[in-house]
Design a protein around this ligand. Structure first.
Ligand code: GLU
Length: 396
């Protein structure tokens, strides 16, 4: 039966990352030995010093609504962090704290995009960017890249994609799903193009900032002339192992911050008060306090690259950040393995789930139909086991 749902929800695709994670959970609950490498979620515990701050907040009686845009102490702490890590000089009225970076991004899109506006998405891009643009009835325009250019776009490609309707471009470095990091020079070259098009606003998603393996990521807003046109998005989920705490934030021109606060005020009010109090401790903590997780991710990355690099048909680049590998697996297209014909990345991801019991995410979801995403935010044991299973499934 067709339910009388709105056109809006009918036109919205399901989040493929969350759908695959749910499917893996379901199969596990049904007794299948699934290794889920689908979700981008650190498998560490939130550090004790952050948990203690949350417990303290509960005991101190923090239980009321917070200001819609976040506690002022948290916004000040975020300004300190932006100065310390990114050389960005925001003031508290330019900060909005939200229920995860996902809500931050949704807010920005809602307050800047009109139906028919174009949003440029350098591909591969995180699944929800396109969905969020669709919700605003904007058109998303993919700027493709391949593994051969380390999944980076060029200034010429950016220039060619711009039309009079272009309103925004979304950058994400370190990138989910490819792990690619744009250097300062590369970002400056892209900024040169944008200088000629003052009507375009830039969303710079820096949620994986601290998860890098030597190449420090650079904030787009730190480029002269770009500060007033860039909205910097960040959050605590990835570097602090706080996915479920749902704390994201932006640094933005004050008129954008004000509009996001107005939007949020009608949709969720402020973010959870306990998580916000703990966030003050987290953002002010020296980054070295969470370096042990980054070191562990790096060691896992190296193991995965080494083992997966030996599997026939997996073409890999070296991701400099985040915790994903994004192999090009187009080698398998048109081949039949175990009676299953693989025509695309979707088929391949499904094949891995059914024949290797390993959950991954199809590259189609990220605008890169030749690839699949494998999250290595899992224990070394599980990663070794998963790659062994993949190898065996393919060899058969
Ligand atoms: N950002 C993570 C991922 O890409 C979490 C799931 C989601 O929100 O998409 O896997």
């Amino acid at each position: 039966m067709a339910y009388p749902l709105s056109n809006r929800i009918k036109s919205l695709p399901v989040s493929q990352t969350l759908a695959m994670a749910a499917k893996a959970r379901e199969l596990k609950a049904a007794g299948k030995d699934i290794i889920s490498l689908s979700l981008g979620e650190p498998d560490f515990n939130t550090p004790d010093f952050i948990k203690d701050a949350a417990i303290e907040a509960i005991n101190e009686g923090y239980n009321s609504y917070t200001p819609v845009d976040g506690y002022v102490e948290l916004k000040e702490a975020i300004c300190t962090k932006f100065k310390r890590d990114n050389n960005l000089h925001y003031t508290p009225n330019q900060i909005v704290v939200s229920t995860g970076a996902k809500q931050s991004i949704a807010n920005i899109a809602q307050v800047l995009l009109n139906p028919g506006d174009e949003v440029l998405l350098p591909a591969p891009y995180w699944v929800s960017y396109s969905a969020i643009a669709i919700l605003c009835e904007a058109t998303f325009v993919e700027i493709p890249s391949t593994i051969d250019t380390d999944f980076k776009i060029t200034p010429e490609q950016l220039e060619a994609a711009i039309t009079p309707k272009t309103k925004m471009v979304f950058f994400n470095s370190p990138n989910n799903p490819s792990g690619t990091i744009y250097t300062e020079e590369e970002y400056r070259a892209l900024a040169k193009v944008l200088e000629k098009h003052p009507q375009i606003y830039i969303l710079s998603d820096e949620i994986y900032e601290h998860i890098n393996y030597g190449i420090k990521s650079f904030s787009f807003a730190a480029i002269e002339n770009m500060f007033d046109r860039t909205i910097t998005v960040n959050g605590l989920a990835k570097a602090f192992a706080m996915t479920g705490w749902r704390i994201g934030y932006i640094g933005a021109p004050d008129w954008v911050a004000k509009a996001c606060t107005k939007m949020q005020g009608q949709i969720t009010s402020g973010t959870n008060c306990i998580a916000q109090r703990a966030a003050i401790t987290a953002v002010l903590a020296p980054v070295e306090k969470v370096q042990y997780m980054v070191d562990e991710f790096k060691s896992r990355r190296d193991i995965v690259l080494n083992l997966l690099g030996k599997v026939e048909g997996f073409k890999l680049n070296i991701p400099d950040g985040a915790f994903y590998v994004f192999p090009d697996i187009s080698y398998f297209f048109g081949k039949t393995i175990k009676g299953k014909t693989i025509n695309n990345a979707n088929d391949f991801s499904l094949f891995l789930l059914e024949e290797a019991n390993v959950a991954t995410v199809t590259g189609d979801a990220f605008g890169a139909p030749n690839c699949i995403r494998i999250s290595y935010a899992a224990s070394e044991d599980l990663l070794r086991k998963a790659i062994d299973r993949i190898q065996k499934a393919i060899q058969s």
